[in-house]
Design a binder for this molecule. Structure first.
Ligand code: 4AD
Ligand code: MG
Length: 468
């Protein structure tokens, strides 16, 4: 039999109509379930291109008994057969099998995804197999759609994608929690005469780390190309075991010459709404699945984001609201406090009932590069706070005045030799500019309605965990 070319299951389920009925088709995929009786077998096959399975109907007498016995959950098969309208309600079409090939057997005694309904915790322990579940298929497809939409959004407004380095000699956020990168023998590194590790003999001739942010490099590019963005992995060695922190996460960092803090807020709001609208327009099958299985308010919550302008207020006003709230917070509220997610979520979920953009934070809790306000106490920072997530975006207008930036660098004890190149942008053709960072996994967390960030990245890196 001459086999037709393979068709992906998404295409069969989404694009076939009456004209395709009766055609011979060829599909490949993994068996989700097999049921039936001694005359007929119904095999649900999924190839990951769509959440739905295609139903394969096999008349038992036409097939080798051993082959049918081996077709179990998890096995990979190829099916050739006739596409017909499905009599069932569950699917528009199904395949009447003519030929079935076993591509890869999965032993039902040991295959871990035999049953449905495994806990997310259990699935984290088998991260190598969890993409085979409906849940992770849906999450991975939504994650892809969001990455694509991010590039599309920026491309359509004329921003350029900049590849910032992953290995850096600088500490953009001043957080101090970085992973070292070295090619030295760590058991026996070269040492200076004073006995300190001699990094001049290391691969790069200096101390280097995995980047915590591509912002500083994005600023260099923005002060040449106007609107740019980075989209890459970033690394933080902080020991944060929370459902919202990863040691390796992806960040999108747009940076714009000639934008002040207000332009920056407008862009952030437009960007987030665009991404959520994109998900609603392009990922509905997967969203419906997640809405049904995990969070029945998910789709409503996404739609609500689109309906209202985000609330904008200063950090100082937010502190007043929190102090007047009468809430019993774990971390007591006071001006100068770095807001915790309990405070952020109170503002968003209880007080305003919509996303909030907070601005003008105390300079002591923000990074050196932020534009200093006239009051001498605050900087032109902006954090976007979301329901269920807390901080989803952090950004600011940047300090573009050479002397003020240098003064802040000195105050914070940042060695000038580490940032001389950054300072030069303020010496030559400086101008007002702004930018922000969106945590990609926090976005995917919000869009999928999942509650743990470990479930929205294929292979999470968290303290004590880098198995897969
Ligand atoms: O607020 P952050 O630290 O800001 C920056 O890194 C700036 N350089 C951004 C800029 O202005 N270009 O991080 C930005 C966002 C946070 O709002 C959060 O969404 C996410 O990155 N994020 C994390 N996501 C997962 N795990 C972590 N450990 C994260 N730390 C920050
Ligand atoms: Mg932040």
């Amino acid at each position: 039999m001459e086999k037709p070319k393979r068709t992906v299951i998404r295409k069969l389920l989404k694009e076939s109509g009456r004209e395709q009925f009766g055609q011979l088709v060829h599909v490949k995929g993994w068996v989700r379930t097999k049921r039936g009786n001694k005359n007929i077998a119904f095999i649900a096959v999924n190839d990951g291109t769509i959440i739905h399975n295609i139903q394969v109907v096999a008349e038992v007498r036409n097939f080798d008994e051993n082959l049918l016995k081996q077709i179990n959950t998890g096995a990979c098969i190829a099916v050739t057969g006739t596409l017909v309208e499905s009599p069932g309600q569950e699917q528009p079409v199904e395949i009447q099998a003519v030929e079935i090939e076993m591509l890869g057997f999965a032993d039902p005694e040991t295959f871990p995804l035999q049953k449905k309904g495994h806990s997310l915790e259990f699935l984290r322990e088998i991260a190598h197999l969890r993409p085979r579940t409906n849940t992770f298929g849906a999450i991975l497809r939504i994650r892809h759609a969001m990455a694509f939409a991010i590039h599309k959004f920026f491309n359509d407004i004329g921003f350029y994608y900049i590849h910032s380095p992953i290995i850096t000699g600088s500490d953009a956020e001043g957080a101090g929690a970085m992973f070292h990168v070295t090619a030295m023998d760590i058991d026996n590194p070269p040492r200076t005469t004073e006995g300190k590790v001699d990094y001049t003999q290391d691969f790069f001739g200096k101390e280097t780390n995995l980047t915590v942010s591509g912002q500083l490099e994005a600023e260099l590019a923005a002060l040449a190309l106007s609107g740019v963005y980075t989209f890459g992995p970033t690394f933080r060695a902080e020991n944060s075991n929370t459902p919202r922190h990863l040691a390796e996460f992806w960040m999108i960092e747009p940076e714009m010459a000639f934008y002040d803090i207000r332009d920056n807020m407008d862009l952030a709001e437009e960007f987030l709404k665009y991404l959520i609208r994109y998900a609603l327009d392009h990922c509905m099958d997967d969203l419906e699945f997640l809405n049904k299985m995990y969070d029945n308010e998910l789709i409503d919550r996404l739609k609500q984001i689109l309906d209202n302008p985000f609330e904008r207020l200063s950090y100082t006003k937010a502190i007043e609201i929190l102090m007047a709230s009468g809430q019993d917070f774990e971390f007591p509220v006071d001006w100068g406090l770095d807001l915790q997610s309990e405070h952020e979520r109170y503002l968003v979920e209880k007080h305003f009932g919509k996303p909030v953009i907070l601005t003008d934070y105390p300079k002591e809790i923000k990074a050196f590069y932020m534009k200093q306000n006239e009051d001498g106490k605050t900087v032109r920072a902006m954090d976007v706070l979301f329901p269920k997530i807390g901080e989803i975006i952090g950004g600011s207008q940047r300090e573009e005045v050479y002397d003020r930036l240098l003064q802040r660098i000195h105050e914070l004890g940042i060695p000038e030799k580490d940032v001389w190149w950054y300072l030069e942008t303020r010496k030559y053709g400086t101008t007002v500019h702004s930018g922000f960072g969106l945590g990609f996994e926090r976005l995917v967390l919000f869009v999928t309605g999942m509650s743990n960030i470990r479930d929205v990245i294929p292979f999470p890196r968290t303290p004590q965990n880098a198995e897969f």
